[in-house]
Design a protein around this ligand. Structure first.
Ligand SMILES: [Zn+2]
Length: 124
């Protein structure tokens, strides 16, 4: 995991306008009234960074299920979650597989993880 460290992502002229924490990828923005004041903008971003708490536990896992009807080939989708860990999502998948075992649909599963709205991990 990356260090907790401030990284400036974007400058507007000489002014840092967007920064991030390299550890949790939270974004910090420079308010528009500071865009013409580079030193204050830098202070503002460093302050925001110093006072933030890394949100590393906000990963949410979802089980996506695609159902294909065996004779018609029609598909439909379902989504379960959020789950706090990949294991919990996997357990839900197993439970669902067991419950659906005798139906006339073929199920495909995908586990997707999201961190602050961004897809971060996919597995079987
Ligand atoms: Zn952080």
């Amino acid at each position: 995991m990356a260090e907790r460290q401030l990284a400036i992502l974007r400058y507007r002229n000489q002014t840092p306008s967007l920064a991030t924490c390299e550890r949790c990828h939270i974004k910090f923005f420079t308010p528009s009234e500071l865009l013409a004041r580079p030193a204050e903008a830098g202070d503002h971003l460093r302050e925001k960074f110093a006072s933030h708490t890394c949100k590393l536990n906000s990963v949410a896992f979802y089980v996506r299920r695609k159902a294909t009807h065996c004779s018609s080939g029609e598909t439909s989708f379902a989504s379960f979650g959020p789950f706090g860990t990949h294991e919990e999502a996997r357990a839900k998948q197993r439970e669902d597989e067991a419950a659906c075992g005798k139906s006339e649909y073929k199920y495909d599963y995908r586990i997707v993880g999201y961190l602050e709205g961004k897809e971060i991990e996919t597995a079987g």
